[in-house]
Design a protein around this ligand. Structure first.
Ligand SMILES: NC(=O)c1ccc[n+]([C@@H]2O[C@H](COP(=O)([O-])OP(=O)(O)OC[C@H]3O[C@@H](n4cnc5c(N)ncnc54)[C@H](O)[C@@H]3O)[C@@H](O)[C@H]2O)c1
Length: 352
């Protein structure tokens, strides 16, 4: 069974991952356990977890509404309140059983409660397995801005049990696949080749092991996002802006869906900056369009540019993007201006 070593903790992937969790809990001897789940994972994943780990029968369950709206200060307050009411102490453990919303929010609450208590991630969506549960970024959305409040905090362990994907809706599976494609584009040309010819009956465990290994390699080089880790933001500067602008509207997109648009737009910017050839532009564009659904973006460009100016990655009003630099490698802090963004949006909208 694959075990990947990260920043002081292990990521265990495979059919026996929950049995390994059971052994972990037995030896760790926490004073109490709190399981954070949402309305879907409580139904589809919690029974399997408790059956495999009987020591969790007494755990306090904190249930959230499903969806991005839960990554909020209100829900953080609800979690902290529940921890206080149930006398959680420094030796309590938070178990995040869910997608990226649960791991981002649960990790944030754990890392701030009593100046930080232990938490583990049991990701249940493809996006959380391949990306969100690994790397130590936690956070919530605030003032209409995605992930604007958060911490760096490493989980004590991550247990990836791919069978949980059996109940994940197809739209959410595709959502996670976006981050898998991103990691290949920025760090592994051979893996990108595999993804270009991905069969519908592919083996998720192999895909996950490869993409977690690649992400982890980048995180280990730069845990605090000061340098090379920024390449993970490929597709995210534009993607986050679109995701934020559509949040709460009838056209709201899932994170990965916004990132696909972000990757398409930013690939064109990479082409304008002469980082990739016309052939590579066409290869990336056609592969992403073949794999994912994309729709026209009817947002005023001025609003997008305004939001980019608020982005964490913007300094002195010049946009700094992470862009692919030939397929399989990437560059960060590439200076981009309004005209590059406008041309890339036009290209995106006319090629849909
Ligand atoms: N911290 C990081 O490094 C990082 C990286 C990427 C994304 N993220 C964050 O992750 C979030 C998105 O994560 P997500 O796409 O997993 O969203 P999510 O947590 O909302 O899960 C997606 C949906 O799938 C449901 N679900 C999850 N597992 C299921 C299962 N096994 N069976 C049935 N339904 C299931 C959930 O209830 C939800 O409705 C965003 O907030 C994004 O910002 C964080």
């Amino acid at each position: 069974m694959p075990v990947i070593k990260s920043l002081g903790y292990n990521i265990t992937i495979g059919k026996d991952a929950l049995k390994k969790l059971s052994a972990f809990l037995k030896s760790a001897k926490y004073s109490s356990h709190f399981i954070i789940c949402d309305e879907n994972t409580i139904q589809f994943c919690l029974p399997t977890l408790i059956m495999t780990c009987p020591s969790l029968q007494e755990a306090e369950i904190i249930e959230l509404e499903s969806g991005e709206e839960s990554k909020s200060l209100d829900f953080s307050a609800h979690i902290w309140q529940t921890l206080i009411e149930n006398k959680a102490d420094k030796n309590s453990l938070i178990i995040n059983l869910g997608g990226g919303v649960v791991s981002d929010l649960g990790g944030f609450c754990a890392s701030t409660y009593k100046r930080g208590i232990d938490f583990i991630n049991i990701p249940t969506s493809l996006l959380a397995m391949a990306d969100a549960s690994v790397g130590g970024k936690t956070g919530i959305d605030f003032a209409g801005l995605k992930n604007s409040i958060g911490t760096f905090a490493q989980p004590k362990a991550v247990f990836v049990y791919p069978d949980f994907l059996k109940t994940l809706p197809q739209r959410h599976y595709k959502n996670g696949l976006a981050e898998v494609f991103k990691i290949a584009l920025i760090s592994d040309k051979a893996f990108w080749g595999v993804l270009r010819n991905l069969r519908p009956d592919h083996n998720s465990e192999q895909l996950l092991t490869k993409s977690i290994t690649l992400k982890n390699k980048i995180v280990l080089k730069d845990p605090f996002d000061k340098g090379t880790r920024k390449i993970l933001n490929f597709g995210h500067t534009i993607g986050h802006a679109i995701e934020s602008l559509l949040l709460g509207t009838p056209n709201e997109l899932l994170h990965g869906e916004a990132i696909v648009i972000g990757m398409l737009v930013e690939t064109h910017i990479a082409f304008q900056k002469k980082l990739i050839s016309k052939k590579e532009l066409e290869e990336v564009t056609s592969t992403l369009k073949k794999t994912f659904e994309t729709t026209k973006i009817e947002l005023a460009l001025g609003t997008v540019l305004e939001l980019l100016k608020n982005d964490k990655k913007t300094s002195k009003n010049k946009f700094r993007f992470a862009l692919i630099n030939k397929i399989g490698t990437a560059k960060f802090d590439v200076e981009v201006n309004d005209t590059h963004v406008k041309k890339a949006f036009d290209h995106y909208n006319t090629s849909i």
